[in-house]
Design a protein around this ligand. Structure first.
Ligand SMILES: NCc1[nH]cc(CCC(=O)O)c1CC(=O)O
Length: 682
């Protein structure tokens, strides 16, 4: 699959520049398994290095026997029917272009039509730089190209974040291995494979070439795919002295399985990397380059065919290569050279490529940091308890208190001074009943606190109110109850919606800028939106707790609100194992008019958060909940972790996963660190 198909563009002009004679590969005869018209750039690169390449095709590439599947794929592409198209070779670019032309378009127009029909769809992935270049020649920019390893495996390793159920068109060779398609499917994508070209054994190699290969008169052989390796071993038994160069690790594995030991693997499937690999392998005395600095992987010394060099020379090759000097005795090693692990990417990257350069100083790190946090990304949750005369500490949340009305105003002012986006208010009433009457009492504690907070904020931040009944009901559930068929207790979805609708209007009348339904009732967003609109509060925002899981991490919060809940909330909050379901909840809430959606808890659900962030059309919030807070505080109090660094890293990670807004009990303190002149958080 990682195939020099990637270098097929014939580039006739370059031939003129070619020197022969000198160069690091002087005199080395190299079999290039391609017809001369398909191998142009590799032949040129080899000649420039002094080699004497011999082009002979081992497989021929042909159109698919049945063009209909490609035509169907093209039609669906034009309709925006694929989220991605993954292009794994230059041949596939040709095949896509041909299918587009059969439909009367260029490939670029076809893809543009797809994106227009379905915004966000029809993104293009290329397996490597050369395929991306082939796409670019067709006026198609690649949206994604793997960096580390340019092969099916590398593509999979770096494939953009998972989106459940999203489709990927995979036009590929009839012999393509299922690596990419299986790997994408395992990650929740829907790959659609279509044969874009076929690989057929080429006619036998000319007898003279077979004789030269068998006698070791061809010093090196380039393998561009597993099928090339297979066809080669069918026709000739290479002597152990012939240097076999693979364009990628997967082809090397196939060759090894065929009994063809590969001496060197190019770090990229492009001509320059093949030449660099050959140079590294034939340069006398050059030991296996230390990890991270070599241009290519040279395999263990025993298989390095440096001894083969004299026979590698064509007898007439000018100028004759002198025998290599004896290799310097290797430095004593304390450990034997490690065996290459076939499971591990054996590529040693180019020595010019040093990622650590971007980490050398704090100033450089700051310059290139990908994730930045601002106070305006943070929301502070606050608890207000009815009848308190002094703030009351919450044992399981050290540093967090239940506020009095006065201390709440101060906390809101501090939050505004710190530049926070907002505060989220939770009320703790003195009296609770079956339907949570306190929630809809204009003089209930939460509604009084909303008015206080709005006054204290003075327009400098968004005052948000938790819209849920659990703090107000005597049973502690988020809704009202009815008996079920077997006498069990059921949280009544639709009766609860009536309560939420009323509560939303009361909160809006108290001045809330935003209400946040957190009860996970079906249709709660639609109902709340309609109630607000009917009461004239069309500008009050709705933040939907869209993907809220039935989590053990809410434990300390239940202390904070003195929850009376017995049992659990598993009939309305989500099952922690469910990821796909989050997409459904988010889609429903967005359709019902949510202005923002939330994932909760945060750190244990970063995968869900990343999914939602990748697809949500509205801003995404995440709630770093009480248990997440308590864990870090407890570990820090024991001296087990660095409190500030753990706080910064945890919130930064939530931001990195895609949250635009983060609810965290550390919001004010963290905002202070963020605005320190030399703050350690980037
Ligand atoms: N009103 C429900 C609500 N809103 C926020 C939290 C938890 C927040 C936290 O744990 O920090 C809860 C508790 C629950 O669903 O059981």
């Amino acid at each position: 699959m990682s195939d020099l198909t990637d270098v097929t563009a014939p580039d006739a002009g370059a031939l003129a520049e070619v020197e022969t004679g000198g160069g690091p590969l002087a005199g080395l005869r190299v079999l290039v398994p391609r017809s001369a018209d398909r191998a142009g750039p590799l032949l040129d690169a080899l000649r420039r290095a002094g080699a004497d390449p011999v082009a002979a095709p081992l497989v021929t590439i042909a159109r698919p026997i049945d063009p209909a599947p490609m035509d169907d794929a093209a039609a669906r592409l034009a309709a925006g029917g694929y989220d991605w198209v993954a292009v794994t070779s230059g041949f596939t670019v040709d095949s896509l272009e041909a299918a587009a032309l059969r439909a009367g378009h260029t490939l670029a127009d076809l893809l543009a039509a797809g994106r227009l029909a379905n915004p966000g769809s029809t993104r293009v992935a290329a397996v490597g730089d050369a395929t991306a270049a082939a796409l670019a020649r067709a006026q198609v920019p690649a949206d994604f190209v793997p960096v580390a390893l340019q092969s099916a495996r590398g593509m999979l390793a770096e494939w953009p974040s998972t989106r459940l159920g999203a489709t990927v068109l995979l036009p590929q060779s009839d012999l393509a291995e299922p690596t990419l398609s299986d790997g994408l499917a395992a990650r929740g994508w829907e790959p659609v494979t279509v044969v874009s070209y076929t690989n057929r054994p080429a006619p036998s190699l000319p007898p003279e070439l077979v004789a030269d290969l068998a006698a070791g008169r061809v010093g090196a052989v380039v393998l561009t795919s597993g099928s090339v390796a297979r066809r080669l071993v069918q026709q000739v038994a290479l002597p152990a002295t012939t240097l076999v160069c693979s364009i990628g690790p997967r082809t090397a594995e196939v060759a090894a399985d065929l009994g063809l030991p590969v001496g060197v693997v190019a770090d990229r499937p492009v001509p320059d990397a093949v030449v660099a690999a050959l140079v590294a392998a034939v340069t006398p005395g050059q030991p296996t380059p230390p990890s991270g600095t070599g241009p290519a992987t040279t395999l263990p010394a025993a298989t390095l065919p440096t001894a083969a060099l004299p026979t590698a020379l064509a007898p007439s090759a000018p100028p004759p290569r002198t025998a290599p000097p004896p290799a310097p005795s290797p430095a004593p090693r304390s450990h034997p050279a490690p065996e290459p692990d076939p499971q591990v990417n054996p590529v040693i990257p180019d020595r010019r490529n040093r990622p650590r350069r971007l980490r050398t100083t704090a100033a450089v790190r700051r310059m290139v940091s990908e994730t930045r946090l601002r106070p305006a990304d943070l929301v502070l949750p606050l608890f207000i308890k009815e009848g308190l005369t002094a703030p009351h500490p919450i044992a399981s949340m050290p540093g967090v208190v239940q506020h009095t009305r006065a201390s709440l105003r101060t906390a809101v002012e501090q939050a505004a001074d710190a530049g926070l986006a907002g505060v989220m208010l939770f009320g703790v009433p003195l009296v609770r009943d079956a339907t949570g009457t306190g929630a809809t009492d204009p003089h209930g504690i939460l509604n009084l606190a909303i008015a206080d907070a709005v006054a204290a904020a003075d327009g400098r931040l968004v005052v948000m109110a938790d819209l849920c009944l659990d703090e107000f009901t005597d049973h502690g559930h988020c809704g009202v109850l009815r008996p079920g068929p077997d006498g069990e207790v059921v949280v009544d979805n639709d009766a609860t919606l009536d309560r939420y609708a009323e509560m939303a209007v009361v909160q809006a009348r108290a001045g809330a800028h935003l209400v946040a339904p957190s009860g996970m009732m079906d249709h709660q967003i639609a109902r709340v939106r309609d109630a607000l609109d009917e009461a004239g509060f069309t500008d009050v925002l709705v933040l939907a707790y869209a993907a809220k899981y039935a989590s053990a991490f809410y434990g300390p919060f239940r202390d904070a609100v003195e929850s009376t809940l017995e049992g659990d909330r598993r009939t309305y909050q989500m099952d922690p194992g469910n990821r796909r379901e989050a997409a459904r909840e988010v889609a429903a809430d967005v359709a019902e008019g949510a202005d923002l959606v939330m994932v909760k808890p945060a750190l244990p659900y970063l995968d869900v958060l990343a999914d939602v962030a990748a697809t949500s059309p509205v801003p995404v919030a995440a709630y770093q909940v009480s248990g997440e807070y308590a864990m870090i505080e407890a570990a820090a109090a024991n001296g087990w972790i660095d409190r500030r660094r753990a706080i910064e890293e945890s919130v930064l990670s939530i931001r990195r996963a895609g949250a635009e807004l983060i609810l965290t009990y550390w919001a004010t303190e963290l905002a202070g660190w963020l605005t320190e002149p030399t703050g350690s958080t980037r």
